[in-house]
Write a protein that binds this ligand. Structure first.
Ligand SMILES: NC(=O)c1ccc[n+]([C@@H]2O[C@H](COP(=O)([O-])OP(=O)(O)OC[C@H]3O[C@@H](n4cnc5c(N)ncnc54)[C@H](O)[C@@H]3O)[C@@H](O)[C@H]2O)c1
Length: 366
């Protein structure tokens, strides 16, 4: 397969990440180390250049040895460009994506793909009209913490899984850029919620029945700086997604309960948790716990011999598989991994969460 030429549009934080992922250690490293097998550049994509509307970002890109296009139109006019990766603020994705597809380019949009489902439909229509690939960079499908919990869920070890909690907690509020402004598509639902919802839909192969969400506005009135969202699936499984930016003590990244087991992961590191399975041993007489107001056997810990403590599965994933898939999908060698219906389902779930918050009650879905 011939390598595809990519231009990264927007050379900010994430634009920089994409350039390093594509070009490997040929670029100045400002903290991000490309995976070892990409140190000398990607096996499927070639970094053709970048474009940013801010001159200081263009200057930095030139200093780092990158070719900088003089305008967005110049990128579209270059016949050697196969793919545009859009790493610009969220409100700009739609316009640039549609213009790029109409100019015959394939498009990877950063997440969230855009601000609402009506806009997303216009982008999907443009892809169908032009026959160009259009996808969104749902890179957290390759996160090892998520893949480990997904494997535990699918293993059936825990019996009927009735509760899953997926959280990310920080204490610094919303980053001090366009993410604080509604007009730019700011807020934590669009920033982190989009990842956690996409992971949930990849893990649970069921229809969603209801969505109940509450947005937080502790540090910002204009957009949410966190939220709690309970999604109930057809089987009765409740999946809680929580994003917090005012958490000076973090709750665990993952908590999963099944009828005969519990799994917990403290952080993104898969070594920071375990799966505990009940062995159905006779425990004998339960020793009660003494509390100030009396004794409790119900809340007494189990005898250690009645439980198996297992590590979480070892997962080695490679986020560059996203680019590999895009290239193969363009050549018709495999289907696109992040599909239009998946993108739309995530977007509609985010809309349902905002609707539920406005109404103050659960809303039905699907
Ligand atoms: N997938 C992920 O894990 C992940 C992580 C961070 C950010 N993102 C996404 O990446 C996108 C960019 O976020 P960021 O943190 O890099 O923001 P940023 O502010 O650091 O960078 C955005 C850049 O886009 C440029 N820009 C704005 N409008 C432009 C236009 N019309 N044409 C060209 N350049 C333009 C800005 O000058 C800026 O340099 C957002 O959609 C964000 O949600 C994704």
């Amino acid at each position: 397969m011939a390598k595809k030429n990519v231009v990264v549009i927007g050379y900010g934080g994430m634009g920089g990440w994409h350039t390093r992922m594509i070009a490997g250690n040929k670029l100045e490293n400002d903290g991000y180390k490309p995976p070892e097998d990409l140190e000398n550049g990607s096996d499927c994509v070639n970094l053709k250049g970048v474009y940013d509307i801010k001159e200081e970002r263009c200057e930095l890109a030139r200093e780092r040895g990158l070719y900088v296009y003089p305008s967005f139109e110049a990128v579209l006019a270059d016949p050697e460009v196969d793919i545009l990766t859009l790493a610009v603020p969220n409100d700009v994705h739609k316009d640039l994506a549609i213009r790029a597809m109409e100019a015959g380019k394939n498009v990877i949009s950063e997440k969230p793909v855009t601000l609402c489902s009506a806009d997303l439909q216009e982008m999907i229509d443009a892809s169908e009209r032009t026959g160009k690939l259009f996808t969104v960079h749902q890179n957290r499908r390759w996160d090892e913490d998520f893949l480990a919990m997904k494997e535990v869920y699918e293993s059936g070890k825990m019996g009927y899984v009735f509760n899953i909690e997926s959280r990310v907690h920080g204490s610094r509020g919303i980053p001090g850029d366009w993410r604080q402004r509604k007009a730019y598509g700011g807020g934590m639902m669009l920033d982190w919620g989009v990842h956690l919802i996409d992971q949930m839909l990849m893990m649970i192969p069921e229809k969603v029945s209801t969505v109940y969400a509450k947005m937080d506005h502790i540090t910002n009135d204009e957009v949410d700086d966190g939220f709690k969202m309970d999604v109930t699936f057809e089987s009765g499984l409740v999946y809680r997604i929580e994003v917090g930016t005012t958490n000076f003590i973090n709750l665990p990244r993952w908590y999963m309960q099944g009828a005969v087991g519990t799994a917990m992961l403290q952080t993104f590191d898969t070594h920071s948790g375990e799966v505990v399975i009940y062995k159905n041993d006779d425990e004998g007489e339960v020793k009660p716990v003494i509390t100030a107001a009396g004794l409790t056997k119900t809340m007494a810990p189990r005898k250690p011999s009645s439980l198996d403590h297992l590590p979480l599965p070892e997962i080695h994933s490679h986020v560059h598989d996203f680019y590999r898939n895009v290239c193969k999908a363009i050549d018709g060698e495999e289907p696109q991994i992040v599909t239009h219906p998946q993108m739309m389902r995530v977007m509609k779930l985010m809309e349902a969460a905002f609707e539920s918050d406005k109404l103050g009650r659960p809303v039905s879905f699907e």
